[in-house]
Write a protein that binds this ligand. Structure first.
Ligand SMILES: Cc1cc2nc3c(=O)[nH]c(=O)nc-3n(C[C@H](O)[C@H](O)[C@H](O)COP(=O)(O)O)c2cc1C
Length: 465
């Protein structure tokens, strides 16, 4: 079988998706401010052969529950939240192969500054960085960073499309491969004839000039994307190299993957040039019984308010308006209908109450949870891949560090013994981790490459090709 791609899914704060679990005695979330913690984490993942670590991020906070942020603050529900980008050079210094996926929004940044930030990271990591393109969903971010109210959903995607275009022009088109001569004899560091103005003039951005960074090992960071709406899928089909999905069931995941791959083919891309990662939480131990006992113990820590603070933030609904023990049905929301409908999709015969949702969400958010010893977990992971066509997983946790450490201890050796996971790296960059040695740069069918030849041939471009 093909080896699966594996990322650890994390957040630069004390707690991510699981509610109340930061109170568990083994939880190490409070160490998020320590660079040594992240370096130890990176070394552990690389020793195990992970493709990378993937950081979620959000410019906003959850303040929909009871119309205030109190519940989120009490449970550290994705707040406090430090910037993940600053962790990357330290984690890179502790490793040689591990990749780093960093979430960054197109809603509150400028493509020029974002492109510079990711080029810098790609240089410092030797080509091991990826950008998870998100369009943002929190009203609190819009209030604090934006225009006060959130830009409409599809308009956010329209901005994202142009944003990515500008960044691709900067990364791929502005500097030729041999622009940097560093010739002490002639006194030429950079050959000006090999640096091109991108001449971008669009609806949302005007960037006439040249890029300020020289090309990094990957030039363009690996482009990740996670939005599942029709606009999100269209964006992924056109530009993503890895797509992060969160399906409730294998059948649902297969449907999403088939739709994405069909769309990619429609726009002229080889669908195997997109790696699909499913979010999954794994609670493992030496035996099934011990893993089940651990899961039952974790459930004791789930915090109702913390789970509802997150769920209210994701859906845009104030869950405090519903009785915790009454079925939660036929609710409409503009913000996150997918999240509301999610539970009926998992089990259409069950009448989900807010308390059921909190219990489900409390461990690993809305991701499916696998509980078991090495064989059970490996069987289940392999069946998710075999039945859906996914390429791998973003592995989430309940107890910070410990669950990933247990995954490394118990599950990784089983996956490796079955040939389902790498035992050694055969490339140097994140793109090579995902697609094989020699694939450090964008694949030839990626639209970013068109900017390389177009800008190089014309000297400069005045319109979007
Ligand atoms: C698995 C998964 C992970 C996501 N992680 C983040 C994140 O870290 N930060 C963020 O702002 N949005 C995140 N999102 C939200 C999406 O990127 C997107 O902005 C949101 O889902 C709305 O787009 P959509 O309507 O196309 O789904 C995530 C979505 C999914 C499905």
């Amino acid at each position: 079988m093909n080896q699966m791609r594996l990322f650890a899914f994390d957040f630069n704060g004390p707690a991510h998706l699981s509610a109340g679990l930061w109170r568990h005695p083994d939880d190490r979330g409070n160490e998020y401010k320590s660079v040594q913690y992240w370096m130890e984490y990176a070394r552990m993942l690389e020793d195990a052969g992970f493709d990378g670590i993937f950081f979620a991020d959000n410019n906003g906070y959850h303040d929909k529950y009871q119309g205030k942020v109190d519940g989120a603050l009490r449970d550290a529900a994705q707040i406090p939240a430090n910037d993940p980008a600053f962790l990357i050079p330290a984690m890179a210094a502790a490793t040689r192969h591990l990749g780093f996926g960093v979430t960054s929004s197109t809603a509150y940044d400028h493509p020029y500054t974002l492109a510079r930030k990711f080029s810098t990271l790609d240089h410092l990591t030797g080509g091991r960085v990826g950008w998870n393109v998100v369009t943002s969903y929190s009203d609190s971010a819009a209030r604090n960073l934006g225009t006060g109210t959130q830009t409409a959903h599809d308009d956010r995607y329209e901005i994202a499309e142009e944003f990515i275009d500008v960044a691709l022009k900067l990364w791929e088109g502005s500097w030729d491969d041999y622009a940097v001569e560093r010739d002490k004899a002639t006194g030429t560091y950079v050959d000006p004839s090999r640096v091109h103005q991108i001449g971008h003039e669009g609806k949302h951005f005007t960037v006439p000039g040249i890029f300020i960074c020289e090309p990094s090992p990957q030039r363009t960071p690996v482009i990740f994307q996670a939005g599942g709406s029709p606009r999100g899928v269209a964006l992924a089909a056109k530009t993503a190299e890895a797509v992060f999905m969160n399906a409730a069931t294998k059948a649902g995941l297969k449907k999403q993957i088939d739709a994405l791959r069909a769309k990619a083919v429609e726009v002229g891309r080889d669908s195997s040039h997109i790696a699909v990662l499913q979010m999954i939480t794994v609670i493992s131990a030496p035996t099934d019984e011990e893993a089940q006992a651990k899961y039952r113990e974790y459930l004791e820590y789930v915090d109702y308010e913390g789970a509802m603070a997150r769920y209210s933030g994701w859906t845009g609904l104030d869950m405090a308006q519903f009785d915790p023990d009454e079925p939660f049905e036929n609710v409409q929301t503009n913000a996150g209908q997918t999240m509301v409908d999610f539970f009926t999709k998992i089990d259409p015969d069950k009448r989900w109450t807010p308390r059921d949702i909190a219990e489900y969400n409390g461990i690993g958010g809305t991701s499916p949870v696998i509980v078991g010893g090495p064989k059970t977990v490996a069987d289940e992971l392999i069946s998710w891949i075999d039945e859906t066509g996914a390429d791998g997983f973003n592995i989430s946790h309940a107890v910070k560090f410990r669950d990933i450490q247990d995954f490394v201890r118990y599950v990784v050796p089983e996956l490796q013994a079955r040939g389902a996971m790498r035992t050694a790296y055969d490339g140097d960059t994140l793109r090579e981790n995902l697609f094989g040695p020699g694939q450090a740069r964008l694949a030839e069918d990626h639209p970013g490459l068109a900017y390389r030849s177009a800008l190089s041939a014309k000297g400069s471009l005045s319109t979007t090709p």
